[in-house]
Design a protein around this ligand. Structure first.
Ligand code: KIV
Length: 260
């Protein structure tokens, strides 16, 4: 087990784990100072590429963005999402996880659970590539948004799924949009850290899509706290630039090309 993973595991029950998504070096460089985990999420499908879901994003897309993110990450654990269709069976999953690791030098991969693919987690882990699980609302497999774990039967199913993921060798697990009660029970039962998104304070850590929390994505579900509205900030700067170019106030002064 790598030092970074050991350090992350040691945080369980002691200090909260901070995680965010990044798709490029410039963002990753800023996030790296404050995050334990940086995830290159397949959410780039909606956020960057304007797709209606995450299903069309390719392995090549993910790898390309991860190579950029790697350039900005020094200390955080770099986790790369395996896109839909890239882990349909154990052989394909192992092959693609190895490819992702080789090309991006990531620390781990993340795969969404369909409550059946535990063997795949075991296979990737056996190939010495740490795996992060993902349960609850898993956009690669669930068509309609719904908070998960709303009744006793669902909570029981989620607990069973989380334990199976842990037993398959995952080092951590994302809990997406599950009820506070389910998050609490799962977090208390597992020895690996739970990272919540829209799943209450009862998780070992939190993750958000960076573009949502800085007000860039235009997608703000209830659980997102917008820490800044970067859309407005950028628009203000671009408006000023546009005005200055048009009224010849930019560029000004010395001509840098001929030194005069
Ligand atoms: O793709 C992503 O950004 C994710 C997070 C929402 C956990 O999976």
């Amino acid at each position: 087990m790598s030092k970074k993973i050991k350090r992350l595991l040691s945080k369980k029950g002691k200090s909260k784990i901070v995680s965010l998504t990044a798709y490029s070096k410039s963002f990753a460089k800023i996030l790296d100072k404050y995050c334990d985990i940086i995830l290159v999420g397949d959410s780039m499908a909606n956020v960057l590429y304007g797709m209606k879901n995450t299903h069309q994003i390719t392995l090549e897309n993910i790898i390309q963005h991860s190579i950029s993110v790697r350039e900005g990450v020094k200390k955080s654990l770099l986790v790369v999402d395996m896109p839909k269709g890239s882990y349909k069976n154990s052989n394909q999953a192992r092959k693609n996880a190895k490819l992702i690791k080789k090309k991006t030098k990531c620390d781990a991969v993340k795969i969404e659970s369909n409550n059946k693919n535990f063997k795949i987690i075991r296979e990737i882990s056996k190939a010495k590539i740490p795996v992060m699980g993902h349960i609850g609302f898993t956009p690669q497999f669930k068509k309609k948004f719904k908070i998960q774990g709303g009744n006793a039967k669902e909570v029981k199913r989620l607990i069973k799924e989380a334990i199976s993921i842990q037993n398959a060798g995952a080092f951590s697990i994302v809990l997406e949009c599950i009820t506070p009660m389910a998050a609490k029970l799962i977090t208390n039962l597992l020895r690996i850290p739970t990272i919540g998104i829209g799943s209450s304070i009862n998780c070992d850590g939190q993750i958000l899509v960076t573009d949502d929390m800085i007000g860039l994505s235009g997608f703000y579900p209830k659980f997102v706290k917008k820490y800044i509205n970067l859309n407005t900030v950028i628009e203000k700067a671009v408006k000023k630039y546009s005005k200055e170019v048009k009224n010849k106030r930019f560029p000004r002064g010395r001509n840098f090309l001929n030194g005069k």
